[in-house]
Design a protein around this ligand. Structure first.
Ligand SMILES: *Cc1c(COP(=O)(O)O)cnc(C)c1O
Length: 341
């Protein structure tokens, strides 16, 4: 066993194939055992369900090396649970929770030489996903499915240092009321691509989506949940049935309450309230928290007091505490770190 010769600190966020991946197949009503394989290519029917009607969902988590040299994953049980919810909503066969965690663990273990060393800032990104693979032409769920896990090493998120984001209020919607916004479906991303390409063209980093029903309440961005800090240091996050329940955001709310002794609230947040907040951040696996410096609503700028140089003080504390827990510097709540042995 020897680490791959990779310039860890200068890796970006891109796909680099590694040596092994996990594949399981669903046929005639049940999943096979699954296996670790070497072939990164998939051969499927031109009429596969995923290709015609986008029947697919995914997860994303990280494996990394802690300060004391353990290789761990962060709360993979929650990814397993979330994928169950996604599969149920998309009429896909559930991949059982423990089997999911085992598959993810086996894939990381097989690729252990790709787990970046502690201190590099890099991590091994883990991508479990499932899709309908049998031919489907009349509109209905596929009969056969494939569940796969691949890993790819990714570089430190804040490479040139932290840079607060400028985001715009989007005129496009991300998720319909009672739609699929709460599940991790590829289709939610397909329809957000135009909005993000357009945002970038106009010089913004991200889109803030409002609730499509009334366009008055904050939902999330294309791939991260919002956290706000009020002027009296309360941590608030939007509540809505069309937001994807971020594991990072849920963990940060626990950190705010249990580790930092802050008041936390998950509630509807009117867009009108935002100008009164002290700090804003985006939460997701990739960055943990990206600070937001400015929100632009059709030319009307809302600048947070935390500014365009640094994270706000509470955001910084949340970030330091959660990354401290992840890296083994601060004691983790029971079950948050799963060691790969
Ligand atoms: C994956 C995802 C997130 C972040 O979730 P984490 O579990 O924290 O990585 C947020 N919003 C959307 C739409 C997502 O797909």
């Amino acid at each position: 066993m020897s680490k791959k010769d990779i310039d860890w600190a200068n890796l970006g966020f891109g796909y680099i194939p590694t040596d092994y991946r996990f594949v399981a197949n669903y046929k005639n009503g049940s999943w096979d055992e699954g296996a670790i394989v070497t072939d990164p290519m998939i051969t499927m029917s031109e009429c596969a369900g995923v290709l015609q009607y986008a029947q697919t969902c995914f997860e994303g988590l990280k494996a990394y090396t802690t300060q004391d040299g353990r290789v761990v994953m962060f709360r993979p049980d929650l990814n397993a649970e979330r994928m169950v919810t996604s599969c149920e909503r998309l009429e896909m066969p559930v991949f059982e929770k423990q089997k999911f965690v085992d598959a993810v663990e086996a894939t990381v273990k097989a690729n252990i030489d790709y787990v970046p060393p502690f201190g590099s800032g890099a991590t091994l990104y883990v991508r479990p996903y499932m899709f309908g693979i049998s031919p489907v032409i009349g509109v209905k769920p596929a009969e056969e499915y494939q569940f796969r896990v691949f890993v790819t090493p990714v570089g430190p998120y804040f490479k040139g240092g932290v840079r607060p984001l400028t985001i715009r209020v989007s005129d496009f919607d991300r998720a319909a009321p009672h739609g699929t916004g709460h599940v991790k479906a590829g289709l939610n991303y397909a329809m957000s691509l135009h909005a993000i390409v357009d945002a970038h063209k106009q010089g913004f980093d991200e889109n803030m989506y409002l609730d499509p029903g009334t366009r008055t309440k904050v939902e999330e961005t294309g791939g991260a949940n919002f956290l706000f800090v009020t002027k009296d240091n309360k941590v608030v996050t939007p509540k809505s049935s069309s937001i994807l329940p971020s594991i990072t955001r849920r963990s940060l709310m626990v950190v705010a309450k249990e580790y930092l002794g802050l008041e936390v609230e998950e509630r509807e947040i009117a867009f009108e309230e935002i100008k009164d907040f002290a700090e804003c951040g985006l939460c997701g696996t990739a960055a943990v928290i990206s600070p937001v410096g400015k929100i632009v609503d059709h030319g009307n700028e809302i600048a947070f007091p935390s500014g365009m140089e640094n994270m706000g003080p509470v955001t910084q504390k949340l970030y330091d505490t959660l990354t401290g827990i992840q890296m083994g510097r601060i004691e983790a709540p029971e079950g948050w770190l799963v060691e790969i042995k």
